[in-house]
Structures are given as structure tokens and as C-alpha cells.
Ligand binder design. Structure first.
Ligand code: NAD
Ligand code: DAU
Length: 352
């Protein structure tokens, strides 16, 4: 793999993956980043990469549904691998308006797969980045394995499930060299503040209410984003073609505990003299429709076959994340001043 096409590289995980590949991973080739730049994509994220890695990093604004634009890119850069991050990724938005999720997550993946088939002679790998949400919801016990039947519950997870099925079918039917990864909740730098962790950090810093859906008892498994990037690269290099690998953080937490821990840390790192503890900002709000109760990941296949384990503990990962948001006020202000962000916050939470 010398010319990896990364889709959705201006989003949260894509940005971290590109930095990781250019500066930390054992990869010396080029990255061609194709991103439509929806509200969630921010080309400024990678300005530093563009300057520092001139020969190895290329950006093109394009939609993964636009086959014509992609054919030219495949030709021009002799693309030999694809890592597909591009997606609509926020569950709550998929509940309000699923259209873009169907378009990008299903049709976009289909378009990429057709292109991969056209260029199969030069393609080493199509890696598809997916989610644990395709498996549905767990009760108190058990873990998702790669054999767990798909049972998606939101338009987002249903669209990701559809894309996973298409990828697998292209392996079976056309022999396309594919791998799929299904990962749990990520947190870290560059995450758009509509998602729980950055939303809570930024609201808490400003002394705003901290919205917790339902009773806050839903459980998620949290993984620091760079650990996810490492896992993806290990799978791309050595994962068995046609296989799915689960990725997880071994870090299950109820939402109310997650919010409490962030509040306590912020009280230490960024104290507010004369203000009450930030936990007092917590507000229980209307639950998400169809809210999955619990996710938990069994990633022993990835550990056994490729030796991957998460490196970051939640304590160290969340500290890094909080410091990143504190140190990158310009990024935060730019995102928060966007019309898309403001409209969403008002519609979802009734405030600014
Ligand atoms: P994100 O919303 O932060 O970024 C998505 C990126 O895709 C943006 O840069 C956006 O501009 C781009 N994009 C959207 N539609 C596009 C299109 N039609 N053509 C080209 N680019 C387009 O998402 P993220 O959190 O970084 O997630 C990346 C991938 O990882 C997604 O496929 C998601 O399903 C998966 N995933 C995310 C998590 C998580 O916790 N965030 C966990 C597991 C899996
Ligand atoms: O599990 C992987 C998935 O994790 C990814 O596939 C998705 O792209 C990613 O967005 C994430 O989905 P979640 O729905 O789990 O993440 P979110 O940050 O939106 O919410 C985390 C939990 O917090 C969830 O149980 C809902 C709850 N929540 C979320 C928000 C935004 C709240 O209680 N209040 C909120 O305001």
C-alpha cells in the first residue's frame, strides 16, 4: 500500500488517522484525502499536515457518491488501498432526518465499491470503518462478537449495517480484498461537539446545562481515538481479507458516570472559584427514541490474531482530550460559530 485513499479524512476519526499515518505509523506512502466537507468536515484540521508532509498528503473536496470525480482521483494517484471513514455519523441527526444517512452511508459505500471493482487490478485493500451499533443493544450481560447477528435500531446504524453487508458481498461475489472493523465509542481531539464527550466538556467549561438523556443509565464502551487508528492500521496490514474485526476499549461506563467524571476532572483542571461543583449542571432530559441500552465489545479476535490492545486508559485519554479542547479555543470557536452547529443546538436542546 503506497497510495491510500482516505475518505472522510476531515472528520474526527479521519483527521486523527491521517496524522497518525503520516507521523507515527510505519507507513511511508501517500495519503489522498477525499472529503465532501459537510458540517462535520473541517479542512483546517489538516493544514499542518499539508505543510509538513507536502509530498505525502493530498486533499480533494469530493463526494463519495460522485463516481466521476473519484475515477479521476484513482487514475491520477494510482490508488492501491481505500480506508472508508466517510459517513453521516450522528445518531440523533439520523432520527430527525435520515435522508443524508441513506445517501452517503449506503449509496456512497456502494459507489466506492463499484469503483474499487473497476480498479481491482491495482487495489490491495478496501477497508471499511464501521460501528458496534450494527449489533443493536445488549442487556446487562454479554458482549458483541463478530458472530453477533446484526440488529440495528436507528437509521444511522441501519445505514451502517447496510454498508457492511455490501462490503462483505463484494468480497464473496467479486473477490474484492476487503476488511471491516466495528468499533465502539471514540473520544479525543477534533470531535465535533454535537457528540456526548465534547458537548459535555464545552458546556461544562461555560457553566451551561449538561443534558443527559433519560436516566443516564445507558452504557457505552469508550476508546481513545488514536487506539482506534492503530487498530485500523493493524487490520489493514495484516487482517485476513474478507474478515470483520471488532475494536473496543474495555471501558464500559453509564452515561451519568461519564458525565460525572468529566465534571470532577474539569473542577480540578479548570476550577471556577465561587461556583458550585460542575455536577450540579447535570440535567436529565427527554430520552433518545429507540436509545440502545448497552454496548460492550469482545475484541479478542483482534488481540489473538494481530496482537492489538488499547494503550490509553480512560483517565489518561480524557485528560488529553480535555487539554486539547482547552488549548484549541480557535478551533472550538470556529465550529461553534457555524450556522449548522447553532441550528442543531437550538433544535435539539432549545438553546444556543
Ligand atoms: P464525522 O462525522 O466526524 O466525520 C465524517 C466525515 O465524512 C466528515 O469529514 C464529512 O465531511 C465526511 N463526509 C460525509 N459525507 C460525505 C460524502 N458523501 N462524501 C465524502 N465525505 C463525506 O465522523 P467520525 O466520528 O469521524 O466517524 C468516521 C467513521 O467512523 C464513520 O464511518 C463512523 O460510522 C465510524 N465510527 C465512528 C465512531 C465514533 O465514535 N465516532 C465509532 C465507530 C465507528
Ligand atoms: O458506538 C459507536 C458509535 O458511537 C458511532 O458509530 C457513532 O458514530 C458515534 O456518534 C457514537 O454514537 P452514540 O450515539 O453512542 O454517541 P453520542 O456521543 O451521540 O452519545 C453517547 C451516549 O450519550 C448515548 O447513550 C446518548 C447519550 N447522550 C448523547 C448526547 C449527544 C446524552 O445523554 N446526551 C446528549 O446530549
Amino acid at each position: 500500500m503506497q497510495n491510500i485513499l482516505v475518505t472522510g479524512g476531515c472528520g474526527f476519526i479521519g483527521t486523527n488517522f491521517i496524522f497518525y499515518m503520516l507521523s507515527a505509523a510505519d507507513y511511508k506512502g501517500r495519503i489522498i484525502n477525499v472529503d465532501k466537507l459537510t458540517y462535520a468536515g473541517n479542512p483546517d484540521n489538516l493544514v499542518a499536515a499539508e505543510k509538513k508532509f507536502k509530498e505525502r498528503y493530498i486533499f480533494h473536496q469530493a463526494d463519495i457518491c460522485d463516481a466521476r470525480a473519484l475515477v479521476d482521483i484513482f487514475d491520477l494517484y494510482a490508488v492501491d488501498a481505500i480506508c472508508n471513514f466517510a459517513a453521516e455519523s450522528h445518531v440523533d441527526r439520523s432520527i430527525v432526518k435520515p435522508d443524508a444517512f441513506i445517501k452517503t452511508n449506503i449509496e456512497g459505500t456502494f459507489c466506492l465499491l463499484e469503483l474499487a471493482r473497476q480498479f481491482q487490478h491495482q487495489l490491495e485493500l478496501f477497508h471499511h470503518v464501521s460501528t458496534d451499533e450494527v449489533y443493536g443493544s445488549l442487556g446487562r450481560d454479554g458482549h458483541f462478537t463478530e458472530e453477533t447477528p446484526y440488529r440495528p435500531n436507528s437509521p444511522y446504524s441501519a445505514s451502517k449495517a447496510s454498508s457492511d453487508h455490501l462490503v462483505r458481498a463484494y468480497f464473496k461475489t467479486y473477490g474484492l480484498p476487503v476488511t471491516i472493523s466495528n468499533c465502539s465509542n471514540n473520544y479525543g481531539p477534533y470531535q465535533f461537539p454535537e457528540k456526548m464527550v465534547p458537548l459535555i466538556i464545552l458546556n461544562a467549561l461555560e457553566g451551561k446545562p449538561l443534558p443527559v438523556y433519560g436516566k443516564g443509565l445507558n452504557v457505552r464502551d469508550w476508546l481513545y481515538v488514536i487506539d482506534h487508528c492503530q487498530a485500523i492500521w493493524e487490520i489493514m496490514k495484516a487482517g485476513r481479507r474478507g474478515e470483520t474485526y471488532n475494536i473496543g476499549g474495555q471501558c464500559e461506563m453509564a452515561n451519568i458516570d461519564l458525565v460525572g467524571r468529566i465534571c470532577d476532572l474539569l473542577d480540578e483542571i479548570a476550577p471556577r472559584p465561587d461556583a458550585p461543583p460542575r455536577r450540579e449542571l447535570i440535567r436529565f432530559v427527554k430520552d433518545r427514541p429507540g436509545h440502545d441500552m448497552r454496548y460492550a465489545i469482545d475484541f479478542s479476535k483482534l488481540t489473538d490474531e494481530l496482537g492489538w490492545m488499547p494503550h490509553e486508559s480512560f483517565e489518561s485519554g480524557i485528560q488529553k482530550t480535555i487539554h486539547w479542547y482547552l488549548d484549541n479555543q480557535a478551533w472550538v470557536e470556529l465550529v461553534k460559530s457555524g450556522a449548522h452547529y447553532q441550528r442543531w443546538m437550538k433544535q435539539q436542546y432549545g438553546g444556543g
